[in-house]
Design a binder for this molecule. Structure first.
Ligand code: MTE
Ligand code: HPA
Ligand code: MOS
Length: 856
């Protein structure tokens, strides 16, 4: 991997820095070199030594993750009387519950209780947007694994034995699995949303060229390493305290309260960390949490649940499969003049976040391209799968894959390099920069990123080599593609864009910070620690991140939409500034009295700090007379100054009108591009990712090491989605690929051998916390370069047809498409194709421009 020379900078993971190193003057040589990246002038050097934002501080839990010291829910010690909780899930995808021998099971040895919907004292209905899901099935079951009853027992063994005596009578009903089946049955979730701009019909009828087709992609399992888990304790007066592996403790608190008929103030939800979440714990951590809470309410005993991996994979929702029918009109140069997308997602059996996810698909269906005339229709299909839910990218990846596929097909049909088409249609600066929903894309570097990446990756030279290779090799095929990425930052649900924080300074000058943000491995806590340390110019080590708890931070949004650092970082800084104001006021009177000066808060400086927190506070008119931060804090305390404050932040300037479908929903965009090269075995369809070059604009990084981890991790997670991860179900809707033996996420060998990751300096980006940008989800979508590289490879097989490719491009899919291309004959030929045909057919390319309209 390449080192990065610019000032935002990524530094190689191998030379990771420990916390102490950041403050000790005599650093070992390697780290001095590293630091020189940040240092410009002697003055800046002095300042820099004190600042921790921008430094590659090791992840808060890096050591704990490796040694096992980092605790997850199921690592917490067992308490006296604690019960083991499990559930009885539906064996069928759709059915009517006739009978369950719950009373009989409850009498068995070691079983404390078996609870059904009838035992829920409050409501059994929930849902983050539309309340259409039941905690425990009532009358009907709508997906395999849907919880019907909860079993609480003294041991896992007792529950295992009890499950053998289970008699569950269900009358099977006809299930609906596919998008087509749901459309024929008219089973939808919510209503169709429509984005419209210009006049598509006119663009279509006047087009020089047109294309039609269908894009199909499958879902993806979040595959967090820590399965869904919760542990609850009874408190006094019916109160409940719960540890939940959740991105959204506030939702857990509220939903438990509603299910149990308690006030929100009677439930406290805490989350120390998650062993990964990736969106899968934004809403769906609620189900296990309610299970244990119900057991606690019924038995007054502590209760714990931790799903097995198999159970988790079988019964929880995943990334939404999509099917998009597209029509595109374009000029002979390849400029898109209009598109129409009929977008369908497979929502599963409940609404969950599907409407918000479809909304984000609509917001990203143009990706980085200006399209003057368009219609996007977004419809969610209700089917008999577990409700699909958030997954890194949140509907963005599916929309973006569709337009990238289209661009590639335009290039193939015009026999041009796809890069040329991408560059031609890419958002520009002063014109052609308004999105389909009316937001202007400002201060971006999309064309610059593409151009820089073309140079640094040697794209043009390599494209010639790849295409030459493909003409010669009978055993292998190569493919090369560059795809850009633009991802809107902010929750598209406006009220979620807020955060609060609590900062406490103790008498020894050390600091505790609590926010509503949850740590799932993404490094949120590390970044907040850095931000807070800098606010007081103190050592990073003197700041601790405390457990996330609804007791300290109320009404918080989920940690999602990549906005965790933006929202909680700003809120924490806001709290720090309040304390600093108190301290500054005190210090100005203190120094004034001592030095015979007028009190002048504007002259008070906080300047820090070598390791150990020797940061100094002084009046700049007499800097010799200083206090250490600790001395100041102690004196301020004696003078009865408040040393703890709450901070709040709400994202400014965002607005979107769902009636007109226009507005500015995003505070800013994170952007980037990637070039990937693949090698395909023509005989087996086996795919190897040989090289990827990534370039992103993530603003000024708060922590380059963590951001590099997010970029690499996100990209590779996306590569899994577009290549190898293949969810397969039985005809009865049972997930067959429910464990790592059959569901393959990328492993170390799937990393490209040549992997260059870099960031670009964007001087125009002046907003957001310390001019950083969100980084959690955006890199995932750079994976489309890999999928499109496969499409490019296939397009080299023959030049008279346009190849089809579904997503993921598994070995099987690739082999199918190769076979299709090789077996191509007159009978397979289609000149016009309906949606269904397009899934299996090849499109004939025009042999001369006169034929264009009739044939494509
Ligand atoms: N990184 C790790 N290691 N584990 C995770 O579960 N989730 C991703 C991303 N990066 C995730 C991750 C998702 S889906 C989101 S929305 C963001 O982190 C959430 O955190 P942030 O807002 O603090 O970036
Ligand atoms: N992203 C992630 N989670 C969300 C969003 C979003 O835009 N809106 C509601 N929940
Ligand atoms: Mo991330 S999918 O917004 O949790």
């Amino acid at each position: 991997m390449k080192e990065n020379g610019n000032q935002v900078t990524n530094v190689s993971a191998a030379s990771s820095v420990t916390n102490d190193d950041l403050f000790v003057d005599d650093l070992p040589p390697a780290q001095n070199e590293l630091r020189s990246d940040f240092i410009e002038s002697p003055a800046a050097q002095k300042r820099d030594r004190m600042k921790v934002v921008g430094k590659q501080v090791a992840h808060d839990s890096a050591v704990g993750h490796v040694t096992g010291d980092a605790l997850f829910v199921d690592d917490l010690p067992f308490t006296k009387n604690e019960l083991v909780v499990d559930f009885i899930g539906s064996p069928v995808a759709h059915g009517e519950i006739i009978n369950l021998n719950s009373e009989e099971l409850a009498q068995l040895d070691g079983i404390t209780g078996v609870f059904t919907h009838a035992d829920i004292p409050g409501h059994n209905l929930y849902g983050p947007v539309i309340q259409d899901e039941r905690f425990l099935a009532e009358g009907v079951v709508e997906y395999v694994g849907q919880p019907i009853a909860i079993i609480a027992g003294e041991s896992r063994e007792a529950i295992r034995q009890a499950k053998k005596k289970l008699r569950l009578e269900i009358k099977e009903l006809v299930p609906v699995f596919t998008i087509e089946e749901a459309i024929s049955a008219k089973q939808f979730i919510g209503t169709t949303r429509r984005f419209k701009q210009g006049n598509f019909e006119k663009a279509w009828s006047e087009a020089e060229h047109t294309l039609k087709g269908t894009f199909i992609c499958n879902g993806q399992e979040q595959f967090y390493l820590e399965s869904q888990a919760a542990l609850a304790w009874p408190g006094e007066h019916g109160e409940i305290q719960i540890h939940s592996s959740s991105q959204n403790p506030t939702e857990i608190q509220e939903v438990i309260a509603e299910a149990l008929g308690l006030g929100f103030n009677e439930v406290v939800c805490v989350c120390k960390r998650m062993g990964g979440a990736f969106g899968g714990k934004e809403t769906q951590a609620v189900i296990p949490a309610v299970m244990v809470a119900l057991v606690v309410a019924k038995t007054k005993r502590p209760a714990r649940i931790a799903y097995t991996k198999d159970e988790d994979m079988r019964s929880t929702g995943k990334r939404h499969p999509y099917k998009i029918h597209y029509k595109v009109a374009f000029t002979a140069d390849g400029k898109i003049t209009g598109v129409k997308f009929d977008i369908f997602s497979n929502g599963g059996a409940g609404a969950d976040l599907s409407t918000a996810i479809m909304e984000r698909t609509l917001f990203h269906s143009e990706n980085a391209y200006f399209i003057p005339n368009l219609i996007f229709n977004g419809t969610i299909c209700k089917t008999n799968f577990p409700p699909n839910t958030a997954f890194r990218g949140f509907g963005g990846p599916q929309g973006m894959a569709n337009i990238e596929n289209i661009i590639q097909e335009i290039a193939i049909s015009l026999k041009k390099d796809a890069l040329e088409i991408r560059r031609l249609n890419c958002y520009s600066h002063d014109e052609r920069n308004v999105t389909p929903y009316g937001q202007t894309v400002r201060n971006h570097l999309l064309p610059e990123i593409i151009d820089q990446l073309v140079e640094t990756s040697g794209y043009r030279q390599r494209l010639t080599e790849v295409e030459d290779f493909n003409r010669q090799s009978e055993t292998y095929l190569r493919g090369l593609a560059l795809t850009p990425m633009k991802f809107g930052i902010s929750f598209t649900t406006k009220f979620l864009n807020q955060g609060n924080a609590l900062v406490n300074i103790y008498k020894d000058g050390t600091v505790q910070v609590s926010t509503g943000g949850t740590e799932m491995g993404q490094g949120l806590n590390t970044k907040i620690r850095q931000l807070v340390a800098d606010e007081f110019s103190i050592s990073y080590d003197d700041v601790r991140m405390m457990i996330t708890s609804t007791e300290k931070n109320n009404n918080t949004p989920p940690t999602a939409a990549s906005a965790g650092t933006d929202l909680n970082g700003f809120a924490a800084v806001n709290a720090c500034r309040k304390i600093r104001k108190n301290l500054t006021k005190f210090a100005s009177s203190y120094f004034a009295a001592k030095q015979g000066l007028d009190p002048a808060p504007e002259h008070i400086c906080f300047e820090g700090g070598k390791s150990g927190g020797n940061s100094l506070v002084f009046d700049e008119r007499n800097p010799e007379n200083s206090l250490t931060f600790q001395e100041l804090v102690k004196l301020a305390f004696m003078d009865r100054v408040s040393l703890g404050e709450r901070g709040f932040y709400s994202t400014p300037e965002i607005n979107f009108n769902r009636d007109t479908e226009k507005g500015e929903p995003f505070f800013y965009y994170t952007t980037g591009a990637a070039v990937s090269e693949v090698l395909i075995d023509r005989l087996t369809g086996h795919l190897k990712l040989e090289r990827s070059d990534l370039l992103l604009d993530i603003g000024e990084s708060i922590n380059p090491g963590i951001d590099r981890g997010q970029i690499i991790g996100g990209f590779i997670q996306g590569v899994g989605w577009v290549t190898n991860e293949d969810l397969r179900y039985s005809e009865k809707g049972e997930l067959l690929t429910y464990s790592p033996t059959t569901y393959k996420i990328p492993n170390i060998q799937d990393l490209p051998e040549i992997f260059n990751v870099d960031t670009i300096h964007n001087p125009h980006h002046q907003i957001n916390i310390r001019r950083s940008k969100a980084v959690g989800e955006p890199p995932l979508m750079l994976c489309l370069s890999v999928w499109i590289a496969v499409k490019h490879a296939l397009s080299c097989v023959r030049n008279d047809v346009c190849p089809r490719l579904n997503l993921p491009a598994t070995g099987e899919e690739i082999l199918l498409r190769l076979t299709e291309l090789n077996d191509y004959s007159k009978e397979h030929r289609t000149t016009d194709f309906s949606a269904l045909e397009s899934e299996v057919s090849l499109v004939v390319l025009p042999s001369s421009s006169a034929e264009t309209k009739a044939t494509v």
